[in-house]
Structures are given as C-alpha cells and as structure tokens.
Ligand binder design. Structure first.
Ligand code: ADP
Length: 512
C-alpha cells in the first residue's frame, strides 16, 4: 500500500510547547507515522538510541504555531532546536475581512525523526509568553493556524490525503477547506479527521467574531443553537464538518455521547456516532522508559528494581522529605483543575497522612484553590508532603520513577498518559474507572496475582478512601506488590501497538 500524505495540526507539540498530554501524543504519533518501516533500506541504518525501531513510513508534516517560547529557545546558541525558513513559504498574506495577516514557515526535524515540523511564524499572533491567552484575538490566533496550514499546502503544491486536526484549536479547518478553499483542486481528495483530546475545551467565542475570522457568510454551517445564544464553538464546527471523528480512548468515545460527560455536545455527537472512533493514546517509550530515561539518575527495569529504590531515595531527598523504605510514596503529576478530581482528597488524604507512615509528592500547577490545598497539606505535614508548584518536565519523570503509587482520581479522563507512564515506571496507579483510565488500568487481584493497579467507581471521597485502605493492605504484602509492579511494567501501550489503529482509520476514511 502506498504511504499516505498526512498533515498533523495541533496547538501543542512536545518538547517545544506543552501544557498536557496533547503535546506528547503529537510527538509520539508524528514520529511513529513518519519512521521508516522495518526492513526498508532507510530503516536499516541504526535507529536513534532509545527509539523504537519500527514505524509506518508515511509522508507526515506537522504544523504548530511558532510561539515566543519556541522562537526564544531556537535563538539560544546552545539550543538543539535549529529552525530554517522553508523556501516557497515565506511572507504569505492571509486575507481576513478586516485586514491581511502575514506569516512564514520555519521548519526543523521532530527530534529523533525525519518528520519536518512546520512552525507557523506569525509574531503578531504567537509572539506572546503564553501558549493560550484570554486576549480578544484568541479566536483569530487559532483560525490563523488552520488558514496557515492550507495556505502552505497551496504554496508547496502538496496535496494531503488527510488533515488530522486535534482539539478545538484546529476545529475550523474542515469548514475552511469546504468553503474558502473549496475551489482549489489541490484539496479535491483531501479528507479530515478531528480528534477530541478533551471535550472540556470547546473554543467558544462571540458570534460576531465569525466576521473577524472570515466565516461571516458561513453562518448556515455553524451550530444553530449556539448562534441563537450569540456564540459559536470551534470544536462543534469541527464535529459538524470533519469527515470523521475520533477520541483518545474507547470508553471516552462512549462517555462523551452521554449527558454526564458530553459537556453539552452529547446530542451532536450522537448524530455522528457512526463516524466517531475511540483509539487509546500510545506512549513514546523513547521518552518514557525507566531503563534509558536521560532525565532520571538511576535506571531500572522489571527484572532489576534496585534503581527504583535509589530513585525513591533521590526523590525524597529532592523534595526534602525523610526517607524510609517502608513508607509508601504517593505521587501526583498533574494540571490542577477540577477535571483531575483532587477535591476528593479533602476528606480522604488527611486521614491517611494522620494515620499512616506515608509520603506524598505533588507536582502541578493550575487553579489556585488546588494549589492552596496542597500547600496546606505541606504546611500541616511538612515531613510527609512535598510539593512543587509549576511545570517541570524532569521532576515529572522523577516522580513517576521514585513513587510507589501514582494518584489519578479524575472526574473524567479522555485517555490520560500519566497512568500509562506510571505503569512502565513500576508505580501502580490509583484511578477512577473512567475514560482511558478504565481502558488501561486493570484491577489488582492478590489471589490470582493479576492486574496492574487500583480502581474505584463512585466519584466520592469515601470511594477513594476505601481504595487507599486497600492499597495500604496490599503494600504490606511486599511479595505480592513486586508482582503488581512487574505486571504493570510489562504492559505495552507503545505507538507500535496503537499507531496502526490510526493508519487503519486513515485508510478507511480515504476508502470511504
Ligand atoms: P492532560 O493532558 O489532561 O493534562 P495527561 O495525563 O494525558 O493529562 O498528560 C499530562 C502530561 O503533562 C504528562 O506528560 C505529564 O507528565 C505532564 N504534566 C502535567 N503537569 C505537569 C507539570 N506540572 N510538570 C511537568 N509535566 C506535567
């Protein structure tokens, strides 16, 4: 079968611009799709250290804004990121009704891959410290991303088989393709896939902005109920017009069609139920592998866990907490938002901090009520709780590696990557049975010695507390615990397993 021409578009891409899992997924999927398949002449050259070897060999081009943080890091003399202007894609004017906005494309290889990242260089819109803003032109910033992708394809005369859009920021692309660019035969066979990574973010803006972004005469193609309320949503527009839809786990694909999880989009999604597929995210074990992770000082694998004990000691010392191998370390790495379920800690965690010899290491940032709560825990149990407020990639890897248990009591979780990372790092997760957590964590059964973690169903502090009790009881049986760790470390969520599901979906879209 011929390789596909795939255009991957998103607002985040690790390691350049990341606030959450979306960035990791774009990196892992992009790399895998573009890597030469096993046995091909190009793949015969040794793969980069730590990288998996077999890929799919497609023609993949990734598009992401050239945010200020990326531009700044590319400017540093010792930076690994070297971008160059892409000939033929410089000083392109995109016409919006009120004025034109100019952009250029700079390219650089995706690390450890041949895939080219196309950075949309538009300082006026992206030259700001934050990836996301609350400024008045936020709709224009991401409308521009879609327009820039299509304009660039035109300049390069590159006809993608499929544009794979991700989350609300890219939701307008299918409609632009069907309207503003409908005349261009270059796109005559181009299909679109919109992947929903989190339905909690729908990109709502005042209806008046449709004019600003050049869709003023396309109101008939925007969700009518929203227009009646004076708004429109990027994500809903994408759901209406993308050829197909996907989301990031099988369970979440079902959940978002219900009123409990659909966040107001359930009805619309039910109308497209036949076109919506759940594919569990992959893990890039080139980045997240305890036996080779360059961000941690001690390495280990399922057959030799000595390095994990050393990581535990190192983590506790870094968090300024006393070390006792018998006291389990609970880890949290998360955006601190309502989605992640930390409100359940209020009536559960203090009981255990009071009663048990345990440690809690938290890395996160977000809503101030959660940040304050974790600070209160730290102030109240300074020898048991360590926190770091902020975003720190290296510490995230240390917590995955040095903890004994990973906490992820999410209210909803489209897929979740951290629980899959924690499995690979020998840190059994405690999760609520929702979304991708339900699809990737299997309940530990000490009788049969099967399972990989601990699950609870009801969204309540009592349910979490009951599960934590169960965790402590199992922790005391260290022989069983070692088996639990091994079970999790042996699970495989690699892109080699998950990626082919995307390719099958792409091909089915193109064949349809
Ligand atoms: P989400 O995408 O909802 O934030 P995921 O579990 O899918 O949740 O992915 C989160 C990703 O972001 C993981 O790679 C995790 O390590 C990372 N992450 C989250 N918060 C932080 C933080 N404060 N510092 C470093 N990495 C973080």
């Amino acid at each position: 079968m011929r390789p596909l021409r795939i255009c991957l578009v998103a607002s985040e891409l690790a390691p350049f611009a990341k606030t959450g899992g979306l960035a990791d997924v774009l990196l892992g999927l992009g790399r895998w799709l573009g890597r030469k398949p096993k046995g091909s002449a190009a793949a015969a050259a040794a793969p980069p250290a730590g990288a998996p070897s077999a890929g799919a060999g497609h023609d993949v081009r990734v598009f992401v804004p050239f945010y200020k943080r990326i531009a700044d890091s590319a400017l540093k003399a010792d930076s690994a990121l070297k971008t160059v202007p892409l000939p033929g894609a410089q000083n392109i004017d995109v016409r919006f009704p009120q004025r034109s906005i100019r952009f250029s494309i700079r390219v650089a290889p995706l690390p450890q891959s041949d895939v080219l990242v196309h950075f949309v260089d538009c300082p006026e819109l992206y030259g700001r410290p934050e990836i996301y803003t609350n400024e008045g032109d936020e709709a224009l910033r991401f409308a521009m991303l879609s327009r820039a992708v299509l304009e660039t394809c035109q300049r390069l005369q590159w006809s993608p088989d499929l544009v794979h859009c991700n989350d609300w920021h890219t939701g307008l692309l299918p409609l632009y393709l069907r309207t503003v660019y409908a005349w261009d035969r270059l796109f005559a066979n181009t299909k679109t896939l919109l992947s929903i990574h989190n339905i909690g973010y729908q990109g709502f803006f005042p209806e008046s902005q449709l004019d600003t972004i050049g869709l003023g005469d396309q109101r008939a193609h925007v969700h009518h109920g929203d227009l009646r309320n004076g708004t429109f949503s990027f994500l809903k527009t994408g759901v209406l017009h993308a050829t197909r839809l996907s989301t990031v786990s099988i369970t979440y694909a079902k959940e978002i069609q219900t009123s409990e999880y659909g966040m107001g989009m359930e009805e619309l999604l039910r109308t497209r139920s036949q076109d919506l597929l759940g594919i569990v995210n992959g893990v890039d074990y080139g980045e997240w592998n305890p036996s080779s992770d360059p961000l941690i000082p001690h390495h280990f694998d399922a057959n030799n866990l000595a390095g994990k004990s050393r990581m535990k000691a190192a983590l506790l010392s870094r968090m300024q907490l006393p070390h006792d191998p018998r006291a389990p370390v609970f880890g949290v790495v998360s955006r601190l938002t309502a989605q992640k379920g930390f409100e359940l800690f209020a009536d559960s965690i203090p009981v255990f901090l009071q009663r048990e010899d345990m440690r809690l290491c938290v890395l996160g940032s977000g809503e101030s009520e959660h940040e304050k709560y974790f600070q209160w825990l730290r102030d109240t149990w300074p020898k048991k709780v360590g926190i770091y407020r902020g975003f720190q990639e290296e510490l995230a890897h240390w917590i995955e590696a040095g903890s004994d248990v990973f906490l992820m009591p999410s209210r909803f979780e489209p897929c979740g990557l951290n629980q899959m990372y924690s499995l690979r790092y020998g840190t059994p997760p405690v999760v609520r049975r929702t979304g991708g957590l339900a699809d990737t964590v299997e309940p530990w059964n000490p009788t049969t010695q099967t399972g990989t973690g601990f699950l609870f169903d009801e969204y309540s502090s009592q349910a979490l507390a009951g599960t934590l009790d169960w965790v402590f009881r199992n922790w005391r049986d260290q022989r069983g615990w070692q088996q639990l760790i091994k079970n999790g470390m042996q699970r495989d969520f690699s892109w080699e397993r998950q990626g082919p599901e995307y390719v099958a979906l792409y091909r089915s879209i193109l064949g349809a």
